[in-house]
Design a protein around this ligand. Sequence first.
Ligand SMILES: Cc1cc2nc3c(=O)[nH]c(=O)nc-3n(C[C@H](O)[C@H](O)[C@H](O)COP(=O)(O)O)c2cc1C
Length: 188
Amino acid sequence: MPLQFLLKRRSVVASQLREPGPDSAQITELIRAAIRVPDHKALTPWRFLVFTKDARADFGRAIADIYEQTHGDECLPRHLENERNRFMRAPLVIAVISSPVESEKVPVSEQLLSAGASCQNILHAARALGFGGQWITEWIAYDQQVAKLLRLEKTQSVAGFPYIGTPAIVPKERPRVEPQELMSYWKN
Ligand SMILES: Cc1cc2nc3c(=O)[nH]c(=O)nc-3n(C[C@H](O)[C@H](O)[C@H](O)COP(=O)(O)O)c2cc1C
């Protein structure tokens, strides 16, 4: 992989992701890349839930209902509209589910990090296929009722929702800290 692929990496915000999204063969390749991450003891501590087409609107209606129940009088029509459209921002959304397994050798934190690596690999693979994407969590990643809706087990959690589509913009550079400001050599 040319180094510039990493050094020029930028997310494309979800609101700027358009059709077409990856087709089903490409989605399979994204998941293949997601699985190809460092995985201590080969525990496969991740699952992938794919949202395309009408499934995005179905999910939006369900989270709007949850939002309405939990926010009561504070809930305005525009809030519900936002929830209904949440997954409609991109042609493809993948829920990357951290699924840690019992292990004497591998702490849960390592397994969660591996799920984070899956999110990042999905974004890299999407870009390699000519798409853009953004790793988003928002409230739905941390809500117990949404976890139920996603049929997560108690030990599972959402590591991220990578949103993928065709970029409508070329993202501008974002200032980055110089490596020297963050690094040092141990006893050199
Ligand atoms: C775990 C994680 C969760 C994130 N959640 C959100 C989010 O909910 N909303 C958001 O706007 N950006 C979120 N981001 C940041 C974006 O993915 C992205 O990094 C940001 O838009 C900056 O763009 P860049 O990746 O090109 O630097 C999250 C990043 C990480 C690592």
